[in-house]
Design a protein around this ligand. Sequence first.
Ligand code: NCD
Ligand code: ZN
Length: 346
Amino acid sequence: MTQSLTIARPDDWHLHLRDGAMMQAVLPETARHFGRGIIMPNLVPPVVTGAQAAAYRERILAALPEGMTFDPQMVLYLTEDTDPEDVAAAHASGLVKAVKLYPAGATTNSASGVQNFDNVRPVLEKMAEIGLHLCVHGEVTNHDVDIFDREAVFIDRILDPIRKATPELRVIMEHITTKDGVDYAKSGGDNLGATITTHHLIINRNHILAGGIKPHYYCLPVAKREKHRLALRAAATSGDKTFFLGTDSAPHTDENKLLPCGCAGCFTATNTMALLAHVFEEEDALDKLEGFASKHGPAFYGLPVNDSTITLTKSDTATTFPEKIKSADGPVTVFDPGFPVFWDVT
Ligand code: NCD
Ligand code: ZN
């Protein structure tokens, strides 16, 4: 029996496209299903100025295969030297949709991030004044804080004080991984949103660590206990507009994943929509998928919903997804949910 579901074309509100050969390889995987993406600026060197964001946007559009459309939403990487006036100009021109806060050292290419949060107050105040959104990687980096507690501690020590000091600032808690994150996002009012990845709805920390270490399930923030995964599932499928899709699809070559000190990131662009249909069906919430993937994000960003659609179809035979995407830098392994999936975008 076939079942199908047509929804407004989804957007990805947290996406790593990289640059050069890697971007060339992964961009079609996203553009095939998604209309827009919030493009993470953690390149080497990072996308810090309006001029760098404009040049990066041009490179993305140039890499888009003939016949595909995709509208990259550019983001500036916040450093302690970021100039509030450059940020304001990039926003006023319509180029930049958000600024990204990485605590220094929290994740891949975050070395230029923020160490002393007082030093970015003038930028945050300017953003609140002009209505520019702040995307937050919400983990502390203190070595004395357990990696599984870093999100909850960040909320208490950093995020809540920033929001109390600047209540008008519109903040997106990105890739939340805990019940603490869900609860805080829910209680945050209209100026607080949260993205959830596909893989955090599927794996908990056992998937990474039990029965042998699985580097392809290692990402940051790291997947937590089962009770947190269940809280994320409940939030994503609830219909609450606070929560929307940000895949955090983060390609690294196998060579860079399969190392004694391997890179963090799960590559999910290829099968995200099929996996989400599977998850939402399991939660008896297929009617909430369009809100999560296609409507709540644009509403938070003050943008229209895409006017085209995609159709998801469920068939009797399991869908085969490519195991790897080839790039000139080397193969990238596609996230394997570990169970058969019968949905596909058709
Ligand atoms: C991301 C990357 O590889 O750029 N990695 C990840 O595990 N999610 C960085 C990030 O978003 O933390
Ligand atoms: Zn990311």
